[in-house]
Design a protein around this ligand. Structure first.
Ligand code: NAD
Length: 482
C-alpha cells in the first residue's frame, strides 16, 4: 500500500474522463513521496458534468423514495467496505492521524445512514383539508446540486451534502479540494457505481472550476464548506443566479473557563478540541479565556500535558498529531508563530519530534501555547488553523462573554464549569451556532443536531433533519376551494 501511487480522473456519467493535465499529490508528512495524481479539470468539464447530472435528475427525482433509500443504503456499505484501503490513503494525502481519518469515514458513513433513515418521512406530501379548501404541500427536489469541499475532513464534509441531496431527489456535481482529492474521489467513484449513471459526478480543480460550477445556470444550489473569504465569493456568484446556498465557513471558537473548575480536571478534555488534526478543524478551540487569578495554574497545567505530545507521521506509532496539510497553511501558521513571539506574549514551544530525521521532509510544527495579555492580538482575532493556542485572561464573566462575541466569526464555542446551570446561562449569551458545555471536540457533534455558524461563519445548517433537508427542496403547493 505505502508505495503505490494512484490517479483520480474526472467522473461524468459513471465514466472516468481523462484530463489534459494532472497535479501530483505529495504526502505532507513525507514530501518526497508522491501519493497520487489528480486531474485538473476545466469549465468545459464542469459543463459536461452538470449536463449529465441534469439529465440524470429527470429520472432520479421520479424514482420511488424507497428505491432511492435502498441505493443510499448500498452507498453506506460502500463507505464501510472502503475504509480498509482508503483510510491509510487519506492519512498519506492529508497528514492526519489514522484515528482521525477513521473518524472522517465513520462520521461520513453515519451521516449517509442517518439521511437514508429520515428521508422517507421528510419527503411525504402533506395535505390540509377543511370545510372550505383542499391543500397539498409537496417537497420537490431542486435539481443539480454543486458541492464544493475543503481538505480538512473531506469524507464527512462531502457525505453531509450527498445524504440530504440524494434522498430528496437531487443529483450532484462534486468538487473536492485540490490538496486532499484522492481518497474521497475513489470513494465517490465507488458510490456512483451503485447509483444510476449521472447521479454523482466529480470534477477536480481549484477556484476556476469552483467558479464555473457556482455560476452554471443548471446548478440550482451550492453546498459549500471552506474558508470565509471563499464563501463570500461563492455567495456573490450564486446570488447573481438566484441559487440557494449552504455555507459552512471558518471559525474562531472561544472556550470560556469559569473560576469554579480545577484545570487538572478539564484540560485533558479541552485539549481534544485544540490540537486534533494539528488544529485544522473549523470548530477547533481557537482561543481560551481564563479567569485572571487562574491563568498561571491553567497555563502551567496545559503546558505540562502538551509537552508530552509527539509530532509525527499519521502512520507512525506514537504520533499525537501530524503535519499541516499544505505549504500555504504551513507558511501562514509559521509566520503567525513568529509574529506572536515578537509581540511580547509568552510563547512556549512544546512537545517533541517523533522522527527528527524526517522532520524537514514534512510540514511539521510543534505545539505552541501562548499566554497572551492582549485580547485583540492577531493570534486571538484570526482563525489560526494550526497547532498554536492563545490563553487570554478575563476579569469578570461579563468581560469573558464580551470577548467571546467580539469576533466576525460565530461557529461553535464552549463553557467549562462545575456548575452546569451557570454554564448554560452563560452559553445562552454567546453568538454562535453551537455552545458545548464541558466538551468541544468531535464528541460534541450529534446527528440530528443542527451544525453551522452565525455571522461570517456561515448560512444554513448541516447534520440536522428538517433544517438541512428543507434547504435541498422547493415547496410546491396546490389548493382548490370547495
Ligand atoms: P478554501 O476556502 O480555500 O477552499 C474550499 C474549497 O473551495 C476548495 O475545494 C477550493 O478549491 C474551492 N474554491 C476556492 N476558490 C473558490 C471560488 N472562488 N469559488 C468556488 N470554489 C472555490 O478552504 P480550505 O483551505 O480548503 O479549508 C479550510 C477552511 O475551511 C477553513 O477556514 C475552515 O474553517 C473551513 N471549514 C469550515 C467548516 C464548517 O463546517 N464550517 C468545515 C471544515 C472547514
Amino acid at each position: 500500500m505505502l508505495n503505490l501511487e494512484c490517479q483520480v480522473d474526472i467522473l461524468i456519467n459513471n465514466q472516468e474522463v481523462l484530463a489534459e493535465n494532472y497535479a501530483e499529490i505529495h504526502d505532507p508528512g513525507k514530501l518526497t513521496d508522491v501519493v497520487g495524481r489528480v486531474a485538473v479539470g476545466t469549465a468545459e468539464d464542469v459543463d459536461k458534468a452538470v449536463q449529465a447530472a441534469h439529465k440524470a435528475f429527470l429520472d432520479w427525482r421520479k424514482t420511488d423514495i424507497k428505491e432511492r433509500i435502498e441505493k443510499i443504503s448500498a452507498a453506506v456499505k460502500v463507505v464501510q467496505d472502503s475504509m480498509g484501503d482508503l483510510v491509510p490513503l487519506l492519512v498519506r494525502e492529508h497528514g492526519g492521524m489514522l484515528w482521525e481519518a477513521q473518524t472522517d469515514f465513520g462520521i461520513g458513513m453515519a451521516t449517509l445512514e442517518y439521511y437514508a433513515g429520515i428521508g422517507e418521512n421528510f419527503v411525504k406530501t402533506e395535505f390540509i383539508e377543511d370545510d372550505s379548501s383542499w391543500v397539498s404541500i409537496e417537497k420537490k427536489a431542486k435539481g443539480v446540486i454543486g458541492a464544493i469541499v475543503p481538505w480538512n475532513m473531506p469524507v464527512c464534509l462531502t457525505m453531509m451534502k450527498v445524504g440530504p441531496a440524494l434522498v430528496t431527489g437531487n443529483t450532484m456535481v462534486i468538487k473536492p479540494s485540490p490538496t486532499a482529492p484522492l481518497a474521497i474521489s475513489i470513494l465517490l467513484k465507488r458510490i456512483a457505481a451503485v447509483l444510476p449513471d449521472g447521479v454523482i459526478n466529480v470534477v477536480h480543480g481549484d477556484a476556476g472550476v469552483g467558479v464555473a460550477l457556482t455560476r452554471h445556470p443548471l446548478v440550482k444550489k451550492i453546498a459549500f464548506t471552506g474558508g470565509t473569504e471563499t464563501g463570500a465569493q461563492v455567495n456573490g456568484n450564486a446570488a447573481s443566479f438566484f441559487k440557494a446556498v449552504t455555507l459552512e465557513l471558518g471559525g474562531n471558537d472561544p472556550a470560556i473557563i469559569l473560576d469554579d473548575v480545577n484545570p487538572v480536571d478539564i484540560v485533558p478534555n479541552l485539549l481534544k478540541g485544540v490540537y486534533t488534526r494539528s488544529g485544522q478543524i473549523c470548530f477547533a478551540v481557537k482561543r481560551i479565556y481564563v479567569q485572571e487569578k487562574m491563568v498561571d495554574k491553567f497555563f502551567n497545567t496545559m503546558c505540562d500535558i502538551v509537552n508530552e505530545y509527539k509530532v509525527g507521521h499519521g502512520l507512525e506509532e506514537g504520533a499525537s498529531f501530524g503535519p499541516l496539510n499544505n505549504n500555504k497553511q504551513y507558511n501562514l501558521v509559521k509566520a503567525m508563530i513568529e509574529n506572536t513571539k515578537n509581540s511580547g506574549a509568552v510563547v512556549r514551544e512544546l512537545g517533541s519530534k517523533l522522527n527528527p530525521e524526517g522532520w524537514d521532509n514534512g510540514y511539521f510544527l510543534l505545539p505552541h501555547v501562548v499566554k497572551d495579555e492582549a485580547h485583540f492580538s492577531r493570534i486571538v482575532s484570526c482563525e489560526q488553523f494550526g497547532p498554536i493556542i492563545p490563553i487570554i485572561p478575563y476579569k469578570t464573566v461579563e468581560q469573558a462573554i464580551e470577548y467571546a462575541n467580539e469576533t466576525e466569526y460565530g461557529l461553535c464555542s464552549s463553557v467549562w464549569s462545575s456548575d452546569i446551570q451557570r454554564a448554560l446561562a452563560i452559553g445562552q449569551q454567546i453568538e454562535a451556532g453551537s455552545t458545548f458545555i464541558n466538551n468541544h471536540s468531535f464528541e460534541s457533534l450529534s446527528l440530528g443536531v443542527p451544525f453551522g455558524g452565525v455571522k461570517n461563519s456561515g448560512m444554513g445548517r448541516e447534520l440536522a433533519g428538517e433544517p438541512t433537508l428543507s434547504a435541498y427542496i422547493d415547496y410546491h403547493t396546490m389548493r382548490y376551494l370547495k
